[in-house]
Design a protein around this ligand. Structure first.
Ligand SMILES: C[S@@+](CC[C@H](N)C(=O)[O-])C[C@H]1O[C@@H](n2cnc3c(N)ncnc32)[C@H](O)[C@@H]1O
Ligand SMILES: [Zn+2]
Length: 590
């Protein structure tokens, strides 16, 4: 793999103008007016350094992949004797590309992109606030990147629509307050073929909470799930809304990496031209039926792609409506007989491209000294890279609580599943979570076996209640809960990675700065009815009054016995604290 070094910026040598203070992040120095410092704080959220670091790295790796694709394409054409010799055939050819930082605030992101991403040579930093654009100009000049970065003032969507036909952008970064939904239609049209869309959404209470399903539908065309995997569902809701927008214009999406981070989600998505990919989009979307009690789920895809090969070897593809999936007898859960809820539609295909996440991991390892948050980047990208492609996850705490049991450890349950022939991994989205390709019935069988040595008193469990149905069902699998070496290796944190990080004190999105044009319907501001909704998880937490809602709380301060790292590099010794009977407590990172 060609690895290009990041150019670490030298500190700006210019004098700091009077009335300004300097704040820096990696290669960029941002001038903050002293008199207005409290207001200007709103423009830079230091917590988002991780988002910006990941974006510098992701755009760098994407550009290397595009360069290789283009070179391979031209080499293949030439090998067939087609066309005249192109620059792309030269091994030293570099892929130069443009980036639009559509919602730029101080220009911090655009400046970092200009200084840290090789070959990003045309960068546009846009904002609709005159003060922000003034700040962008000041900072661009101070950082000495005026040759690469141009400041533009105006509505981000209007700017993108102007560029939808010819002069498209290779990368578009949407980093709004709240939802990015109002900008998606313009963005999918104004990206070049195979271009990269980087999206942040911070309206976590809407997309991953249970109090605003109607709002989630207006933003993302689907409703959120009420389960501990609601944060993965949020990623899937947004991906499906981008996929649908793209499909309208004969384009389709390829998620490179989709992450639920702190109080927000961030996705890096390629947008390609192509009828065949567009036609397949309906098979990558579906409804998710979720049990209101045990949270087991059933997925109903919207479409089926059937490819046949004739006797003569000709391939034909048909696009068909699928049969209705079995959801459960009379709309009730097969496992516990509680009511099922229909959620979505959402993306049911892969969240990450593993070729990309593997290369990104290598990039971070090779450039660790260049990123302020390298340790955390490595932990989260590794976890994403190792994730099973199966949708969603569970925690031992939730299922044990539904069955009124003391929770077994992750190691015990995951070992049982692997011993039964299934696959397991962690999810990056929740500490203590297990992803698996096993059906809910098999997962519950692990707990039924566990229960045999720790019987519960059924006298206190109401006849016909979901708990009673769950615990009295005969197990189909005679689970072997012996600790499995593969799972021990998976959970072992030999490299002391920060896979999950506790929330810092100043955690959360910042308030919008005062001023600016009046709020309009359909703009980023207009769709945010309640300003506090932006503050995703804190609102979510404050609304988390029921047991179920508490389960929705992302497990960032989780009680599963699966501790989160409070400090980068902190020693972690965890394996299901509740598993009192597991004497051989491995020191595991879960
Ligand atoms: C969260 S801040 C961006 C932070 C920045 N990306 C960073 O990493 O430091 C969102 C910015 O989007 C701007 N904005 C909101 N709606 C906009 C629109 N419709 N067009 C252009 N800019 C907009 C706001 O003025 C604000 O400066
Ligand atoms: Zn159920």
């Amino acid at each position: 793999m060609s690895q290009q070094p990041i150019t670490t910026a030298t500190a700006a040598t210019q004098a700091i103008p009077s009335n300004y203070k300097l704040t820096s992040e990696n290669s960029a120095q941002i001038l903050v007016p002293i008199t207005e410092q409290s207001d200007n704080k709103a423009f830079i959220n230091p917590i988002q350094e991780f988002n910006r670091d990941l974006s510098v790295a992701s755009i760098s790796v994407w550009s290397e992949m595009v360069r290789e694709e283009k070179m391979a394409k031209f080499a293949a054409r030439r090998s067939k004797g087609k066309g005249k010799r192109m620059a792309e055939e030269n091994p030293d050819w570099q892929f130069k590309f443009s980036i639009l930082d559509a919602l730029s605030a101080t220009g911090l992101r655009a400046i970092r992109y200009a200084k840290e991403i090789p070959n990003a040579d045309r960068i546009y930093a846009n904002d609709f606030l005159p003060d922000a654009v003034e700040a962008i100009r000041r900072n661009v000049e101070y950082n000495g990147v005026s040759d690469k970065v141009s400041a533009t003032e105006g509505d981000a969507s209007a700017l993108m629509y102007q560029h939808r036909s010819k002069a498209q952008f290779d990368v578009i970064d949407l980093d709004p307050y709240g939802t990015a939904a109002p900008f998606v239609d313009a963005a999918v049209q104004s990206l070049s073929n195979g271009g990269l869309l980087c999206i942040t959404c911070t309206d976590t209470a809407v997309m991953a909470g249970s109090n605003y399903p109607e709002k989630c539908y207006s933003n993302y065309g689907g409703t959120p799930v009420k389960a501990e995997y609601s944060h993965e569902a949020a990623l899937r809701l947004i991906l499906n809304s981008v996929s649908q927008s793209a499909a309208r214009y004969g384009r389709y999406i390829e998620p490179l990496m989709s992450l639920s981070i702190d109080f927000y989600v961030r996705m890096w998505i390629r947008v390609h031209d192509g009828l065949s990919g567009t036609k397949k989009a309906f098979s990558k979307a579906g409804l998710v039926h979720v049990c209101s009690f045990c949270r087991s789920h059933k997925i109903q895809a919207f479409g089926r792609v059937v490819t046949k090969t004739s006797d003569k070897g000709a391939e034909s593809t048909k696009f068909q409506a699928p049969q209705t999936a079995h959801v459960g007898e009379n709309g009730r859960c097969d496992e516990c007989s509680a009511v099922m809820h229909a959620n979505g539609p959402m993306w049911i295909d892969t969240l990450h491209n593993k070729t990309f996440t593997k290369r990104l991991l290598e990039h971070v390892e090779n450039n660790a000294s260049k990123y302020g948050t390298a340790h955390r980047m490595k932990g989260m990208v590794s976890t994403a890279n190792e994730e099973l492609d199966a949708p969603f996850y569970f925690t031992t705490d939730t299922i044990a609580s539904a069955m009124k049991l003391a929770a077994p450890s992750m190691l015990t349950v995951a070992s049982g599943l692997v011993n039964a022939g299934y696959h397991v991994s962690r999810s990056h989205a929740l500490a203590g979570s297990i992803k698996t390709d096993a059906p809910a019935s098999a997962i519950h069988d692990m707990f039924r076996k566990w229960m045999k040595t720790r019987p519960i008193k059924l006298d206190n469990v109401k006849e016909g209640s979901p708990t009673r149905v769950l615990v009295t069902k005969e197990a189909v699998i005679d689970a072997d809960l012996t600790h499995n070496q593969t799972v021990i290796d998976m959970l072992n944190n030999k490299e002391r990675m920060t896979r999950y990080q506790a929330n810092p004190a100043n955690w959360g999105p910042l308030a919008k700065p005062a001023g600016g044009p009046p709020r309009k319907k359909g703009t980023e501001e207009g769709v945010e009815k309640v300003a506090k909704e932006d503050n995703g998880t804190s609102v979510e937490a404050s609304k988390a009054t029921t047991k179920d809602d508490k389960l929705d709380n992302h497990g960032k301060a989780d009680s599963s016995g699966d501790s989160v790292d409070k400090n980068v590099g902190e020693k972690r010794t965890v394996d299901g604290a509740n598993d009192a009977h597991d004497n051989k407590k491995a020191k595991l990172d879960v």
